[in-house]
Design a binder for this molecule. Sequence first.
Ligand SMILES: Nc1ncnc2c1ncn2[C@@H]1O[C@H](COP(=O)(O)OP(=O)(O)OP(=O)(O)O)[C@@H](O)[C@H]1O
Length: 566
Amino acid sequence: MKELIDTVLKERKAVLLSIVLGAVGGITAVGLFAMSGFIISEAALKPPLYFILLLAACLKLFGFVKSVSRYFERIISHEATLTILNNLRMNFYDHLERLAPRIFTKYRSGDLLARIVGDVETLQNFFLRVFYPPIVTAIVFLTTILFTMFYSGWIAFVILISLVLTTVIIPPLLMNSHAKVGMAKLKKRGELSTEATEFLYGYRDLALSHKLHEQAEELMAISDDYAEEQAREGRMIIRDQAINAFIAMLTVAGVLILGSYFVTTGQLNGLFLAMLVLMTLTVFDFAIPMALVPTFKKESEQAMARLDEVVTEPLGKESDVGTLIKKQPFSLAMQEVSFNYADTATLKDINFVVPQGTRAAIVGPSGSGKSTIMQLLLDMYSVEKGIIRIAGQPLEEIKSEDLWSKVTVLLQQNHFFYGTVRENLIIAKRDATDDELREVLDEMELDFDLDQHVDEKGENFSGGEKQRLALARMWLKDTSVWLLDEPFSALDPSTARKLHEKLMKKTVGKTVLLVSHRLVGLEDLDQILVMEDGKLVQAGQPEELMEQQGLYMTLKEIERNTIALF
Ligand SMILES: Nc1ncnc2c1ncn2[C@@H]1O[C@H](COP(=O)(O)OP(=O)(O)OP(=O)(O)O)[C@@H](O)[C@H]1O
């Protein structure tokens, strides 16, 4: 909660202006009605016309000031709210970014989406309804009570008692019933978002396995539960405001009865009775929303707690902290590296060096740990044991952002953004010209127009087209170190061979580490690393490995026989 208050206080000027304008708007609104009451009474006494005209002019002025100050109060407070929400969202996103990719082992993407959109949105009530309106209400009430005291101490006392009742005593009593409903609503919103995301991701598979209808019904049931929680909360909000409105009406009636009595006993001039009644009626407009202040405060605390849960997750190494890599192209090395995903030992005592300017491939059966080596070299996870060296420097001392900017990477899964082919390419090179973009598309044998539309996740392209589009990005980035994980796995053998040859030409003199299932074409590389069950079982030049008669030779033979079969 402290963080939320700090974020709000960063907008100090807007907070102060909202309070001042809110108070001016409130006091003039009360003044407007008070004066209306006074004019009605005064008019009955037939005063000189100029006096009525003067009062009417004041009335107009009050009306004008009230409207203008309300207008600017709304604009300033809403603008400040948007800035506050934006800052909170950015802060949350910043943490998420640094926690990725580990974050997905703990949270599901739909739930994170519900937090970053829904929970942050809930916090808008904190500034707009919890933080500054009570201050405005207090100022308006105090001014009204002080003013009323000039006419009748008792009436001022009645207003004060009602104020305490509607703002201090009743709201906290009503809050408890809200707290449970509020939390249940936030949880249901998270559940709905999680299930809806899963449903959309898995739509095709659900349809193919005839589970679409069943899953859609489950989703509808969650949606109904969420709507029910919202309705329950809505009913409670109306109930609470109605209770305060009822007390306000009782107070107005009390002021009327008490005032009439004082007029009959001569303690109050009858001229001011209508003024006091209308003033009471108006000032309680400010007390009615106060019924919900503790509720919105509680709801903001709950939403903040859901955000904090993610944000206070211990961060790994921060990507913008560390030293720069001193050489280019640089070497890649692992010394006695072991790594576990959760409790499963995935890599065991891995040792290798890919000297700068040389090219190596990692081969081995599926699940042997090849991609994990790539992820570790890219600083996506921290190793439990051993040292990873980049240009001879320990990876934990290197600024990850510097590493990422200096490596050209192609992983097994590449993301394509909704937009155009051009937009999807220039993320690799911001200042690339259209000619350059067309050139890389040609190089990848892709007959795409730069303005061609790309659906979310590149759904309108084939697997092979997507892979070549990802390769086109690499061609554009073209740094002196390349890491590639199965770059041609989705291509037909003839295209794969052609692109492999292009890759070999393009990467002469660069440091390259290539994960590959196919062994054909690796003969030109300087080194092959053979993985089996998380261990590096062989390493050396291709010819050396053939002589060793180990796993590499077996894999080669299997590949040769498979090709012969077809
Ligand atoms: N994010 C993850 N969380 C938990 N376990 C994982 C994760 N990623 C991979 N693994 C496990 O680690 C092991 C090594 O996976 P890795 O992806 O490195 O293998 P690979 O040799 O690249 O396989 P393939 O050739 O099929 O791509 C596998 O048993 C896999 O199930």
